[in-house]
Design a protein. Structure first.
Length: 305
């Protein structure tokens, strides 16, 4: 027969295990893979969002109230939704559920535009980066029937509405033969996920460039070549940064570059004062000359050994 001390200890462990078993989990419906932050930009302001909820260890015997889900204008949740929260927006209730009849379910859908943070900021036209938490809570008896009710809450989801443009990229141009290499940097803006590069033949004074736009370039790629250009022609280039929801930065300062032909080794040799032998019909005579030079070089190396 166990001692009274062991009985008390065992009861405490069982109660502790029961108390730690209760949980609420939330997930965005349709997100694959599952994410805890759902980001939308101006084009997604009217997108519908829906949250699935699941409870563990909660039922009619220990739930004191219904489960509530809501969206708040904050990245953190209180213990219950507010009607005039101090952060500037009225919390949006998206569901109330009796745990006596269900242990999981779907909250009501809501538009990004209807979130309290977006409404409080002035709607979809606001230039802002708003992050709202999706919250849930229920009062329950951790120690069973007759015990005092406490509050269990979960806040592991964020809906982010971002219309703020990222920083413009840095840009350096390197002209080469029939192309320009564009080197890019993100100005330490961690929101940048892609670059956009445009180029055009430099127009006459006062005219606007006729831009050609390259496909988007991942921010992990810091060098992009513009190929198929005409040597000796002046080109103007500009670049933009794009964030994860498609917000576009202001353009980088425009720069110009002129691709130049590469002569090759033999042309560079002659331009530097070198010459072949044999006059106008030198093509045949140059070969013995090169062979002779190589022979002299081999002889010199042999003597040094």
């Amino acid at each position: 027969m166990p001692s009274p001390h062991r009985v008390v200890l065992l009861a405490g462990l069982l109660l502790g295990a029961a108390a730690s078993a209760q949980a609420i989990s939330l997930n965005f419906v349709g997100s694959s893979p599952q994410v805890t932050t759902l980001a939308r930009g101006p084009a997604g302001c009217n997108d519908q969002v829906r949250v699935a909820w699941t409870t563990t260890g909660l039922n009619a015997s220990n739930a004191c109230t219904s489960l509530q889900l809501w969206v708040t204008n904050s990245q953190s949740c209180g213990t219950q939704p507010g009607t005039a929260s101090s952060d500037g927006g009225t919390d949006l209730i998206i569901g109330t559920f009796s745990l006596a009849t269900q242990a999981s379910g779907l909250a009501n859908t809501f538009r990004v535009a209807d979130m309290p943070g977006v409404v409080a900021a002035g709607g979809c036209s606001a230039i802002a980066d708003i992050q709202n938490a999706v919250c849930s809570s229920v009062d329950f008896r951790a120690a069973g029937i007759g015990s005092t009710c406490g509050t269990l809450s979960a806040a592991n989801l964020i809906v982010r509405y971002d219309t703020a443009p990222p920083a413009s990229p840095t840009m350096f141009l390197l002209p080469q033969d029939s192309r320009i290499v564009v080197r890019l940097g993100n100005n330490d803006d961690n929101n940048v996920v892609n670059y956009l590069v445009q180029y055009a033949v430099e127009p006459p004074g006062g005219d606007l460039p006729s831009w050609t736009t390259l496909p988007q370039i991942p921010a992990t790629v810091t060098s992009q070549s513009i190929d198929g250009l005409i040597n000796g022609t002046t080109y103007v280039v500009q670049a933009f940064s794009l964030d994860e929801v498609g917000n576009q930065s202001a353009p980088s300062p425009q720069q110009t570059a002129v691709p130049q032909a590469t002569n090759g080794f033999w042309a560079e040799y002659k331009a530097a004062g070198g010459h072949d032998t044999g006059g106008c019909s030198s093509s045949g005579a140059a070969v013995p000359s090169v062979i002779s030079a190589l022979g002299v070089l081999v002889a010199l190396l042999w003597r040094r050994r």
